[in-house]
Ligand binder design. Structure first.
Ligand SMILES: [Zn+2]
Length: 464
């Protein structure tokens, strides 16, 4: 039964939908209604790429650059914002951008807000927010605004709608539009782009697109456009700054552009379906990105043997690409060959420079699927390692609980279940399982102490 290879994007969306339903039942009232629909998706390749976009910019902005969490939101609209150490970005924004530079420009602008101390209260609140529930509430705010503005009262109306809907300081802050802050963030963005030798043309292109799209009625409202109005004057000022830069004509390095193209085709293949991926592949049929897309669509919608041979060809072209190995592992899992899959994932892990926790959990899942006591023990080690790098991987705790359960390690299984509930914001069930785990653990040992932390935890925003 354990044939689920890893958190592919499409699957993750379903996993989260299920989890959120469970959360709603137990903590109804304290979690925003939007939580049920928060489509956070996980993918090692895309997270690593967006982190690579952000890292130099954050460094230039003097922001801590070693612990940026990339949060991918499965939403076709355009949105991106930074809160605390999290960079939220919609898959729609990544899909829309034809070059890395367009996304890097948006990240630079957002970094400008942080470095400028804009919306500090909100950011501090998020800094403390360790649960998906808080993020969900916040992301929900974007949806509220979009709804409010279509009621034609513009920004003032939007602010009121959110105040009435949530009453949360944080939500109002997300939306607070301050013209001077936007201009300051634009100027800072150019400083960071210059410091990293990159052009501002991508930012100009993205913002210009929002400006021209404003007049379209009936079109989808992008949350980003609501929080970032683009008056003509602002775009004009930005254009001057961009064109003054010595790097105005600089284009992205070909290797980065290739990773970007591969990311877009991946999002299209997993989120948009085969037709969406084919549309993108047609633009550059012979490219490695298109070959990658073909391997993925063949895996998702076609023949596993054919997908495997296409993926092997990709590996031949880029032997050091961890995500080709990951795809190979996914295909082998689906083909019910967990032993071969585990070797592919192990290879992916060894090639991954950032050692994504997701790849480690996939490796662990393949080991679980082999099903021998020895492989189950190894699975527990790998999944624990993965969760150590990625503490909020809710699905990972489920696999850990299952592996421990199959090994007869019930207290460890209960503790993993408690962690899973904890990081999905279901503190009540987290406590129940933490207490169950404690009964069979030795007082003072690490597992017991962790269980105690969960039992003692007071959710933010609750009265003491
Ligand atoms: Zn802004």
């Amino acid at each position: 039964m354990l044939s689920r290879p890893r958190l592919t994007i499409a699957r993750a969306a379903r996993v989260f939908a299920t989890l959120w339903l469970a959360v709603m039942v137990t903590v109804a009232g304290s979690v925003n209604a939007f939580a049920q629909n928060v489509p956070v998706v996980r993918d090692a390749e895309i997270e690593a790429l967006v982190r690579d976009y952000a890292r130099p910019i954050f460094k230039a902005a003097g922001l801590s650059n070693d612990a940026i969490d990339i949060v991918l939101v499965n939403d076709q609209s355009f949105n991106a914002f930074v809160a605390g150490r999290r960079l939220f970005i919609n898959t729609g924004a990544l899909m829309e951008a034809e070059t890395p530079n367009e996304i890097i420009g948006v990240i630079a602008h957002e970094a400008g807000h942080i470095a400028g101390g804009h919306q500090q209260k909100l950011r501090e609140q998020l800094e403390r927010a360790k649960t998906m529930a808080i993020i969900a509430t916040l992301l929900g705010a974007g949806a509220i605004v979009a709804g409010a503005t279509t009621n034609s009262r513009g920004l003032a109306g939007a602010g009121m709608g959110v105040a009435a809907g949530g009453g949360e300081m944080a939500q109002r802050s997300v939306l607070a539009y301050q013209r001077s802050e936007e201009m300051t963030a634009d100027r800072s963005a150019i400083t960071y782009l210059n410091a990293t030798g990159q052009s501002g043309m991508g930012m100009l292109k993205t913002f210009g697109r929002f400006q021209s799209a404003l007049s379209l009625s009936g079109a989808q409202v992008d949350p980003y456009r609501i929080s970032h109005p683009m008056p003509r004057e602002r775009i004009a000022n930005l254009e001057v700054l961009v064109k003054q830069s010595p790097y105005v004509d600089k284009v992205d390095p070909p290797a980065l552009q290739q990773r970007h193209d591969m990311m877009r085709i991946k999002i299209a293949a997993y989120m948009g379906g085969q037709a969406a991926a084919v549309r993108l592949m047609r633009k550059n049929p012979g490219s490695l990105a298109s070959q990658y897309g073909l391997a993925q669509t063949t895996y998702l919608y076609g023949n596993l043997a054919a997908a495997l041979s296409k993926t092997n060809a990709l590996i031949k072209a880029q032997p050091k690409n961890p995500y080709f190995q990951e795809l190979r592992g996914d295909i082998l899992m689906k083909a019910n060959k967990p032993k071969d899959a585990s070797q592919a994932y192990a290879k992916a892990v060894s090639l991954d420079p950032v050692r994504s926790g997701l790849l480690l959990v996939s490796y662990g899942q393949a080991l679980m699927a082999i099903g021998t006591p020895d492989s189950l023990e190894k699975a527990v080690v790998q999944i624990n390692k993965g969760l150590g790098r990625d503490r909020e991987n809710v699905a990972g705790y489920r696999y850990l609980a299952q592996a421990n359960g199959e090994l007869g390690k019930i207290p460890a299984a209960d503790l993993a279940t408690a962690e899973g509930h904890f990081y999905s914001g279901d503190y009540r069930n987290a406590k129940i399982f933490a207490m169950r785990a404690q009964q069979k653990l030795k007082r003072g040992e690490p597992g017991w102490l962790r269980a105690q932390d969960i039992i003692n935890y007071a959710p933010p925003g609750k009265k003491k």
